[in-house]
Ligand binder design. Structure first.
Ligand SMILES: C[S@@+](CC[C@H](N)C(=O)[O-])C[C@H]1O[C@@H](n2cnc3c(N)ncnc32)[C@H](O)[C@@H]1O
Length: 271
């Protein structure tokens, strides 16, 4: 695995370029977003806001947000989930979007301006070191971002720190259903043939992800498959790498990578 600085630089570069080009990732596209979020939710926002989405699920539906809640979106990108969350928490609530990529923050702030949202703030920073105080957030959401971190354990520890006791996690992420064993090529070869920035090479297995959540202190941990990946999604950045793997390995891989809904709770009595 490349070192963490190299990974973050590569991810930042890819997403700067994608937002500037208006392309999408992780199977995301306007029609896909309508499928994920539903036309009713999507049509509450201007079209230009929706096409700047790069997600792989619908953390807003998962989070069941209430008026007055404080929400943090990890890796908020162009701001679609922040703006949808802002509608749900209302003016008594507040939504923070956190992202490390300047070009994304610029678009997100412009999108907030287009919508006239006053209960949102886009902060520059890294999800491994969240620039918010302890015990201040009601709900942490995220859409296809935690897999991109080189230190997912640290991300989940910091999520636990900023959540209020009783606060919850509602995340969409790419996860490996099962593991990458019992294939004719090693896990290392598979991961090196996949793209980190396209949300697949860095994906955790369900068991490892659950272990990090438990170690951080979370309870009520649940994973549910949202949709599985196609070969086109898995190899979207590096289709030439398909030739490194046999058709049998590819069809096995496609069954193992999935976009999942992940929920967990910070116990009410914890600090
Ligand atoms: C796949 S995009 C998802 C964007 C957004 N959640 C959405 O649904 O459209 C990943 C985003 O996470 C940001 N990101 C990736 N790793 C990050 C990190 N370690 N810290 C902060 N932001 C990160 C990228 O800059 C990018 O905007």
């Amino acid at each position: 695995m490349p070192d963490s600085t190299t990974i973050k630089e590569a991810v930042r570069e890819v997403y700067s370029q994608r937002i500037q080009e208006g392309s999408s990732c992780c199977g995301g596209a306007t029609s896909t977003e309508i499928m994920l979020y539903g036309e009713d939710a999507i049509t509450t926002l201007p079209e230009g806001v929706v096409t700047t989405s790069f997600g792989c699920g619908n953390p807003i539906a998962l989070a069941s947000l209430n008026p007055g809640e404080v929400v943090l979106d990890l890796g908020s990108g162009g701001g679609l989930d922040v703006l949808l969350a802002a509608q749900r928490v209302g003016l008594a609530g507040y939504v923070y979007g956190l992202d490390m990529t300047d070009a994304m923050l610029e678009v997100a702030r412009a999108n907030a301006g287009k919508v006239g949202a006053t209960n949102v703030e886009f902060i520059k920073g890294e999800i491994e070191s969240i620039p918010l105080p302890d015990n201040t957030v009601s709900v942490v959401i995220s859409n296809c971002v935690i897999n991109l971190s080189p230190d997912k354990g640290q991300v989940l520890n910091d999520v636990f720190r900023v959540l209020k006791p009783g606060g919850r996690v509602a995340v969409s992420d790419v996860v490996i259903d099962g593991d990458l064993s019992e294939l004719p090529v090693s896990e290392e070869q598979i991961r090196s043939a996949l793209s980190w920035a396209s949300c697949v090479a860095g994906a955790l297995t369900v068991d490892t992800y659950k272990g990090y959540l438990r170690d951080a202190g979370f309870t009520d941990i649940a994973f549910e498959i949202q949709h599985r990946y196609s070969p086109e999604n898995l190899f979207s950045d590096t289709p030439e790498d398909l030739s490194k793997l046999s058709p049998e390995v590819i069809s096995e891989l496609v069954q193992r990578f999935a976009s999942m809904n992940i929920t967990a709770v910070k116990p009410a009595g914890s600090r």
